[in-house]
Design a binder for this molecule. Structure first.
Ligand SMILES: *Cc1c(COP(=O)(O)O)cnc(C)c1O
Length: 397
């Protein structure tokens, strides 16, 4: 396989089909490859770089922390972890935070916390109702928690205890509730499924159902949290308070960081139940403080919402012009239905033309620009996307 680097590629496990491009630098909305080509990046490390590539605030926080204290061990307090935990509890309805390094790790923590709560308060109930096409990570338990087609077989046997319902179907959830049920867990907007939002009435109905049956409501906001949908957390747009929430992706501004948050009433880990070598390390937490402070700054998310509305309107108008399908999502987590299985090809053509986009499904494209992207960048991306889609034969009839 060719690639743009002088280094051989055979020593990396081929876990995905990578293009031969080798990216060497990132700045804000743009990535640069080794040949000097510039790409407008609407993937941003899969919604990870909330402030764009290598933003000065993150670089400075990392440099300062790296030369101060990188990791004293998770068994000691550190200033950055305390500061970030307080920022997150102050901005949400939760009281306690546990830090991890990946979204899957935070979700594993959520599963463990719910099962522990079930042991203490519900006769050992352990089942967590989740949703078809949901995505919660790539560890064995989080793959079992996920509802991705085929994932129940790849690494069988699965971790048991995760019955599945269809999103937005309250009756199906009700029918799955039994004496072993301890929680319901969902993404407020299913990201990998193609940006499918939970209805407001559905999430409110879930909250009521959980209250009625003494179940925990867990939201996986690894993708939707940290400003991505235009509010700090997506649950805030539903007028409900979950019991447990997980964060990842954008929380570190690009570095590996995740969080498990819980209300005090359900925060029942005893010392020894939960941990991890890198948990709450000052280096990543310092980046998290810089990222979260930026998102919480006056006016930041107002701008994200208006830029999101501008991108959505542009996609709507493209869809009308080229007779495509629905535009879905909130804030800067948006998807465009193409009406034909050409999304993987559109991703390749777009890359060749200097635009990075993602196809969560063969028939739809997903857009996750930096949350501080500018109106000019959005106009540039929309113009480029229009060319790409026409090149792929859309709108030709
Ligand atoms: C990306 C994602 C995860 C997994 O996060 P990792 O950091 O890749 O482990 C979990 N849940 C949702 C909703 C995600 O989008």
């Amino acid at each position: 396989m060719p690639n743009q680097s002088a280094l051989p590629i055979d020593s990396l496990m081929p876990i995905t089909h990578r293009p031969d491009t080798v990216f060497v630098r990132g700045e804000g909305a743009y990535l640069y490859d080794g040949l000097g080509n510039r790409y407008l990046d609407w993937v941003q490390g899969w919604a990870v770089n909330c402030l764009g590539h290598s933003p000065a605030v993150i670089a400075k926080a990392l440099a300062r922390q790296a030369s101060t204290l990188i990791n004293p061990s998770p068994a000691f307090y550190s200033e950055p972890a305390l500061e970030l935990a307080n920022l997150l509890t102050g901005a949400s309805c939760f009281d306690h935070v546990f830090f991890g390094s990946s979204g899957a790790e935070a979700n594993e923590g959520a599963i463990k916390l719910a099962r522990k709560w079930g042991q203490l308060h519900k006769n050992g109930a352990f089942e967590i109702i989740t949703f078809r096409n949901g995505f919660h990570g790539r560890t064995l338990a989080t793959m079992s928690l996920s509802g991705k087609p085929g994932w129940d077989r790849i690494f069988a046997p699965q971790v048991p205890g995760f019955p599945k319902a269809d999103l937005n179907d309250l009756d199906q959830v009700r029918a799955l509730i039994g004496s072993n049920t301890v929680a319901v867990m969902l993404e407020p907007i299913q990201g990998e499924a193609g940006v499918i939002p939970a209805d407001v009435a559905f999430l409110q109905g879930l909250r009521a159902l959980c209250d009625e049956h003494n179940l925990l409501l867990i939201v996986d906001e690894v993708q939707t949290g940290c400003g991505r949908t235009g509010t700090m957390f997506a649950y805030q747009q539903y007028d409900v308070e979950p019991d447990i929430m997980t964060l990842g992706k954008g929380i570190g501004g690009g570095v590996p960081l995740s969080a498990l948050l819980a209300k005090k009433s359900v925060s029942c880990f005893a010392p020894g139940d939960q941990g991890g070598t890198f948990c709450g390390n000052p280096l990543c937490c310092a980046a998290g403080v810089a990222a979260v402070e930026s998102l919480l700054a006056d006016g930041f998310l107002d701008r994200t919402r208006s830029i999101g509305a501008m991108l959505a309107a542009g996609l709507e108008s493209l869809s009308r012009e080229l007779s495509l399908g629905e535009v879905r999502g909130r804030g800067l987590l948006l998807a465009l239905e193409l009406g034909a299985d050409v999304a993987p090809r559109a991703v390749e053509v777009a890359r060749e033309q200097g635009l990075l986009i993602n196809a969560p499904r063969p028939h739809c494209l997903r857009f996750m620009p930096a949350l501080n992207t500018t109106a000019d960048e959005v106009r540039e991306g929309l113009a480029n996307l229009r060319n790409v889609l026409k090149f792929c034969g859309l709108g030709a009839l």
